[in-house]
Ligand binder design. Structure first.
Ligand SMILES: Nc1ncnc2c1ncn2[C@@H]1O[C@H](COP(=O)(O)OP(=O)(O)OP(=O)(O)O)[C@@H](O)[C@H]1O
Length: 594
């Protein structure tokens, strides 16, 4: 029953709906007591030959009246109780989604997407069922069952009622035992469903790779195994589930037997009339549903508990990034890194060491280095995807960024991540993502800066072209440039391009960078790249290796230093010149990487 305590906040919120719903249930229970009484009385009048057509009509009218009222009351309790449980589903979904949106990347790194989706679907449905059908079943069991029992005892015979109820404790013991087994099995079945969900999501997302490697059969085999596992585990649930109804029906059958066996003797002994015995057995028939409902209730509660625990576990997970609201005004200014060492959460290995530099406001920083050297990690610290440990700091305007309100801090950035992502909507909506009210002119201006405007206008639908799974397929370079346009939309204080020019050719790269330089005077830019040409004009270049800065300076000072930067720049320039020369020889020219 802990799940009801856990949902206490919701029942308080929906107090009115539940009170009205339960009141209607009481009225339905009372209405249902009338027909057996009428039947008993009619039988007694037949046996005593006192039944007149007038009383028969009167009884008939009474039955119709009761049926109409039951109809109305039933309608209202359904609307009240199931309406409230649907609202619980909505509230939980919203809370969960809000939680997901606040969590740090490491949370998503540790959890499977399929799992997170299963919480938002199956688990929430199970909790919703507990708050709807669960409340209904327990209320109906207690109210209808209680009312019928009391009426049996008061209007027929307390002795016969007691006899009929002898098998009930066995039913309660058995059903709660089934319930505890069910809870365990249901948890296992839900976990298997999560895995299947995850597999489906991954297979659909990775279908292109799977096909390229001709791995479809293996993928299908993996999927079938997981699907079989879900069926196997759900069958175990169904087997226990299937025990509830026969157990209850058997118990009721024993009750019937006892009632008729002892009831008939009481009729013969003139302790009760024949009509009363018929009324009694009709009432006993009415006990079937409340008892089934009781079994069902245990079942629902166990499922709800298992699912609520899974949801609660997520809700109680704290984001590793504190999102405290600060009074510090929106920062902008020099960016200073003072990071002696940094390890990703849960990792023993140090990923960044001795990162100390200052980037003046309005200047451009270039970060270069081999793959895996720590370029993106620096960006991720600045974005507060991860926090530094005490004793280390990343500050803007002299204040540690942890002191700023995270939303305001992130509002400073226009960020193009390495694995850029476009939503399945129009190009215009993708670019205007952070400012949906932006005019087409503003969108075009950003697209112009990122050198994608012409590509967009070449599509038949222009800016209304839908991208992603439901629309056109874009080249890697086009995706990158649309993502850059999105980042440029609101002329951010700090523009971050994390390896965002890797899929465009050298000429386009130069054009985009010169656009940025001209249009972002006084604003800060941070560019990570593998091509030295992308950072050539930066005011400060840092060269990373194994999480450390091995060189820093400007293009000219680094060239003079003749270190890694110089060697790589030279090799890349040579390759570029050779390619150009070769192109010219072949009269090809203008090779577009896109
Ligand atoms: N979330 C994470 N948890 C643990 N280790 C991580 C995480 N993200 C990155 N790393 C590790 O940190 C190191 C630096 O990675 P980073 O992405 O910063 O390199 P990079 O220089 O940007 O590489 P590339 O040029 O390939 O993008 C790598 O060894 C990587 O495995």
């Amino acid at each position: 029953m802990r799940v009801f305590k856990n949902l206490g906040w919701f029942f308080k919120l929906e107090k009115k709906s539940y009170i009205i719903g339960l009141f209607m249930l009481v009225l339905v229970a009372l209405m249902e007591l009338v027909p057996p009484q009428v039947i008993g009385r009619v039988i007694d009048r037949i046996t005593t030959e006192t039944l007149t057509s007038n009383t028969l009509v009167l009884f008939g009218v009474l039955l119709i009246f009761v049926a109409v009222l039951t109809y109305i009351f039933r309608f209202f309790w359904r609307v009240m109780i199931f309406g409230a449980s649907n609202r619980l589903g909505r509230t939980l979904r919203e809370q969960l989604f809000e939680k997901y949106s606040k969590m740090s990347p490491s949370f998503f790194g540790k959890r499977r997407t399929g799992d997170l989706m299963a919480h938002a679907t199956n688990d929430i449905n199970a909790v919703q069922m507990t708050a709807g059908a669960g409340i209904l079943t327990i209320a109906d069991s207690v109210i209808t069952g209680g009312a019928v029992l009391i009426t049996m005892a008061l209007t027929v015979s307390p002795k016969l009622t007691l006899i009929a109820m002898i098998p009930l404790p066995f039913m309660v013991i058995l059903t709660s035992w089934y319930g505890s087994i069910l809870s365990r099995l249901f948890r296992v079945a839900q976990a298997a469903f999560s895995s299947l969900n995850d597999k489906t999501q991954e297979s659909v997302a990775g279908i292109k790779v799977t096909k390229t490697f001709g791995y479809e059969d293996e993928d299908l085999k993996d999927f079938t195994n997981l699907s079989d596992d879900v069926v196997k585990k759900n069958l175990k649930v169904a087997k226990i589930d299937a025990l509830f109804d026969p157990t209850i029906t058997a118990i009721i059958a024993i009750s019937y037997f006892l009632s008729i066996f002892f009831g008939a003797r009481m009729v013969v002994a003139d302790e009760i009339s024949l009509g009363q015995l018929v009324t009694f057995t009709t009432y006993l028939g009415m006990m079937v549903w409340p008892l089934l409902a009781l079994g069902w209730f245990f079942n629902l509660v166990e499922r709800g508990k298992a699912s609520y625990d899974r949801i609660e576990e997520i809700m109680n997970t704290r984001s590793e990034i504190s999102t405290k609201i600060s009074t510090n005004s929106i920062p902008s200014g020099d960016i200073t890194f003072n990071v002696s060492d940094f390890s990703f959460p849960g990792e023993d290995e140090v990923s960044l060491r001795n990162i100390h530099f200052t980037l003046k406001e309005g200047k451009t920083l270039g970060i270069v280095g081999r793959t895996g050297s720590g370029k993106s990690s620096i960006i991720r610290l600045l974005l507060r995807e991860f926090d530094t440990d005490p004793g280390n700091s990343v500050s803007i305007n002299g204040i540690d960024i942890k002191q700023y309100d995270i939303k305001k801090l992130r509002g400073l950035f226009g960020y193009v991540p390495q694995d850029n992502f476009l939503f399945s909507t129009t190009i215009r909506n993708n670019i205007a993502f952070i400012n949906p009210d932006a005019s087409l002119e503003q969108v075009q201006e950003a697209a112009d800066l990122s050198y994608i405007h012409q590509d967009i206008t070449a599509f038949p639908e222009g800016y209304d072209t839908v991208v992603g799974e439901r629309g056109v397929s874009l080249s890697g370079g086009q995706k990158q440039r649309i993502s850059i346009a999105r980042a440029l939309m609101n002329n951010p204080e700090i523009l971050i391009l994390d390896d965002s020019l890797s899929a465009v050719d050298a000429e386009t790269e130069t054009a985009i960078l010169s656009n940025i330089e001209q249009n972002r005077a006084g604003k800060t830019n941070i560019i990570t790249a593998h091509r030295m040409s992308a950072v050539r004009n930066a005011d400060l270049i840092i060269v990373m290796e194994n999480g450390r800065i091995i060189e820093q300076g400007t293009h000219s000072s680094l060239t003079k230093a003749r270190g890694w930067y110089y060697e790589t720049f030279k090799a890349q320039s040579l390759r570029r010149d050779l390619t150009k020369e070769l192109d010219e020889t072949l009269e090809g020219g203008g090779n577009h990487d896109d």
